[in-house]
Design a protein around this ligand. Structure first.
Ligand code: SF4
Ligand code: SF4
Length: 290
């Protein structure tokens, strides 16, 4: 099974738009939206949810007021200032609580519960291009790397069960833990970048990450024509860092039209659609029959 992960190094490069188009061009793919902190692939692919699951991760202290003698030890010990006093009552702020468990351990009255915290939900859905696994991380919830791993694992499970040969992953931006969780063990990464100084800088970092995990990388410059000199510089750097050039995508106002119509760019008559088709043709994956 092939797994293509689309990443960007930074947000706002058009990664998700490109991913949606590749999902349309692929033959019977499973799509995984691993940009769990800011998931928006669903806006284009309009999934119909067929399975919904809770994502539990980490722990959260919860004081039982009836069992609490009000000694204040938990407040004194909490390094994250998560325990608040309201008159005689102590409560834990669930957003501030880091789930370290210190208060639970030292409470003399054993008055603190320590359940797993609900951090979000994940879904298996049907879309017009194939099944999609996606997730919604709760407000201020952490452990997005763990959720990314879960979404990828489930996408591969669905692909296996439905005999689909390819998983296309919309990866998280940046180079942190969620990106590492998104690319480790993938067949290939496609880096979507833009011709700016920050695009060049972040490309260097993300290609370093791909090289570290020995994952073949291709690079595409989105809106390349807004700065052809910088595009050339980025492509030269990508080649020097061992990546392949997958193509260039022109600046195209019709991308906005596609977004307004909840469509992938290749589903409308847009000039840049041809650039994306050429990009797809250059990636080393099975292609749909012409
Ligand atoms: S340590 Fe236990 S008994 Fe003391 S205030 Fe906290 S919850 Fe209440
Ligand atoms: S579990 Fe840790 S972070 Fe949370 S309230 Fe207790 S001491 Fe503070």
């Amino acid at each position: 099974m092939e797994e293509l992960v689309v990443i960007s190094g930074k947000g706002g490069t058009g990664k998700t738009s490109v991913t949606a188009s590749l999902a349309v061009l692929a033959e019977d793919p499973v799509i995984a939206d691993c940009d769990v902190d800011a998931a928006d692939l669903h806006l284009v692919l309009e999934p119909h949810i067929r399975e919904s699951h809770d994502f539990r991760s980490g722990y959260e202290a919860v004081i039982r007021p009836d069992d609490c003698s009000g000694c204040g030890i938990c407040q004194d010990l909490c390094r994250f200032e998560a325990v608040k006093r309201h008159g005689e009552v102590f409560i834990v702020d669930p957003i501030a609580c880091e789930g370290c468990g210190v208060c639970v351990h030292f409470c003399p009255d054993e008055a603190i519960d320590f359940p797993e915290s609900l951090s979000g939900q994940w879904f298996v859905s049907d879309t017009r291009v194939g099944p999609m696994v996606h997730a919604k991380l709760g407000v201020a919830a952490e452990n997005s790397g763990k959720l990314v791993s879960l979404v990828r694992t489930e996408a591969k499970r669905v692909a296996h069960e439905e005999n689909r040969k390819m998983v296309i992953v919309d990866g998280p931006p940046g180079i942190g833990c969620p990106v590492i969780a998104a690319i480790t063990g993938a067949s290939q990464v496609l880096v979507v970048t833009e011709p700016t100084v920050s695009g060049e800088h972040d490309l260097e970092r993300v290609l370093g990450l791909a090289a570290h995990f020995q994952i073949p990388a291709s690079v595409c410059v989105n809106k390349w024509d807004i700065n052809p000199e910088m595009t050339k510089r980025i492509e030269d750097k990508a080649l020097a860092l061992g990546a392949e050039l997958a193509g260039r995508i022109r600046y195209d106002r019709d991308v906005t039209r596609a977004q307004i119509e909840n469509k992938a760019v290749v589903e409308i008559d847009a000039p840049s659609a041809e650039d994306i088709r050429q990009l797809w043709a250059k990636l080393k994956f099975p292609k749909p029959a012409a």
